[in-house]
Ligand binder design. Structure first.
Ligand code: FAD
Length: 462
């Protein structure tokens, strides 16, 4: 048994960042993690392995589609799937080991095993009960299930299985047109699979600015991904070939089936708090299973806090990290804060899609007067040089004050470009502030500036 100032349960991006910041602020800190490696969903079976496969297959696409255009001739490359998997695992291992190193460097204790909370101020790991002045729940999330669909992680898989399929399927059905489904769908489409995305709603990427979602769908369709929208999946059934997905079109209730070598169920994730003993403690929960917290991340039980995917809000690693840092500040007697109005979202397809702030639909619903500045990457020399001029930047600003309210980018490096707008929004900047900032030429970021110019007197290159 050991005594700590803080015990964090869960070593994902919420938990490990929280622990490091707690230690940096002078608190004696431990993290309980039941997996063999640190880093949670994100590093082990989420953000990092998916980005490794996206990177590898994007390069494959470049070789096949664009190399000859640039005078790079020669034999086409072949895919060695086992080697690609090994590369992905190396990337994961390097990152998870990195967190172990950071724990040692910052003197954070890793209590290996699955934790529970027998009482406020106590955390049980195996047979040992440790005490802590404060406990932070950072136990993350797990894939949501779908009625009638039995996941076996071989043929009918969640994102975890999809990251490690035994071979590249000839055909893949993705259930759900959210970020994870579209990223993994892109990976397999680039590897040559015939990919069909079946989505309940009438648009892809729910919650995204409608104009952006539409353009994005067109770009993915151009890459060969097929979409069946407005389709309610009824169930899956294993077949000789792989599996059959049955669905009903919502517009006319007509029944359909589609068969594929593999099926990816990507209908979202749900908070994971099993085995913690929260019910016995009387910790209040949200109707959708998240732990209820106040503005200081404290649960209904004093001294027990919660962050990340286990609480309400976008299920994103950087949101979990920000909450981890903020709760550490609170526990150290400082002022921790997360600005939920400025949390970027990125889809790492090619082109990338990035978003921050309000959508046009939200502004209309709020009755807020706004203006739109749009700039196509077709007017960006650098994007044209790399054959990625299909997308655009769309900036939304207050009609009266010119304050930036939101921004959407489909294009090269969108996931990095968006942060200029995030910083601007944090500082309460106007579109003109961005427009009057000198941007280096030739960079993709010039398109952001041009969209800001388009909120005022007009873009130059459009
Ligand atoms: P998690 O990362 O889920 O970590 C929770 C940890 O707690 C786990 O390691 C678990 O083993 C441990 N745990 C749970 N219960 C206990 C217990 N009782 N005792 C001990 N340990 C316990 N987000 C992005 O921002 N960008 C992306 O590109 C991105 N890509 C993704 C791709 C995929 C395929 C998936 C599945 C997710 C992706 N996400 C992405 C989402 C991101 O992974 C999560 O939002 C993030 O990991 C949440 O962090 P967390 O710390 O709250 O929880």
């Amino acid at each position: 048994m050991a005594e700590f100032d803080v015990i964090v349960i869960g070593g994902g991006p919420g938990g490990y960042v929280c622990a490091i910041r707690c230690a940096q602020l002078g608190l004696k800190t431990a993290v309980v993690e039941g997996r063999e490696t640190l880093g949670g969903t994100c590093l082990n079976v989420g953000c990092i392995p998916s980005k490794a496969l996206l990177h590898a297959t994007h390069n494959l696409h470049e070789v096949h589609e664009n190399f000859e255009k640039m005078g790079l001739m020669g034999a086409k490359v072949k895919v060695d799937w086992d080697k690609m998997q090994a590369y992905k695992q190396d990337v994961v291992n390097g990152n998870t080991k990195g967190i172990e190193f950071l724990f040692k460097k910052n003197k954070v204790t890793w209590l290996k095993g699955w934790g529970s909370i027998p009482a406020a101020g106590q955390v049980k790991v195996g047979d040992e009960v440790h005490t802590a002045k404060n406990i932070v729940i950072a136990t993350g999330s797990e894939p949501a299930s779908l009625p009638g669909v039995t996941v076996d992680e071989e043929v009918v898989v969640t994102s975890t299985g999809a990251l490690s399929l035994k071979s590249v399927p000839k055909s893949l059905v993705v259930i759900g047109a959210g970020v994870i489904g579209l990223e993994m769908g892109s990976v397999y489409a680039r590897l040559g699979a015939e990919v069909t995305v079946v989505e309940y709603l009438d648009a892809i990427t729910p919650g995204m600015d409608a104009e952006v979602a539409k353009s994005f769908q067109k770009l993915l369709a151009k890459q060969g991904i097929k979409f069946v929208l407005g389709a309610a999946v009824q169930g899956t059934e294993r077949t000789k070939k792989g599996a059959k997905v049955s669905y009903k079109l919502r517009k006319d209730e007509s029944a359909h089936e589609i068969e594929a070598d593999a099926v990816l169920v990507a209908t979202g994730r749900k908070p994971y708090t099993a085995g913690l003993g929260l019910e016995a403690l009387g910790v209040a929960m949200e109707p959708r299973g998240q732990v209820t917290i106040d503005s200081h991340f404290q649960t209904s039980v004093k001294g027990i806090y919660a962050i990340g995917d286990a609480v309400v809000g976008p299920m994103l690693a950087h949101k979990a990290e920000d909450e981890g840092m903020a709760v550490a500040e609170v526990l150290a007697g400082k002022h921790g804060h997360v600005n939920y109005d400025v949390i970027p979202g990125v889809i790492y397809t090619a082109p990338e899609v990035a978003s921050v702030g309000k959508t046009e639909e939200q502004l209309k619903a709020e009755g807020r007067a706004y203006k739109v500045g749009k700039f196509p990457f077709m007017g960006n020399a650098r994007a044209k040089a790399i054959f990625q001029a299909d997308g655009f930047v769309k900036m939304l600003a207050d009609k009266e004050t010119d304050r930036v309210l939101g921004c959407y980018i489909i294009g090269p490096g969108a996931g990095d470009l968006i942060h200029e707008v995030c910083v601007a929004m944090e500082f309460g900047a106007s579109a003109q502030d961005i427009a009057l900032t000198c941007h280096a030429h030739p960079t993709y970021s010039e398109a952001v500036r041009e969209a800001a110019l388009a909120c005022g007197d007009g873009a130059i290159h459009a």
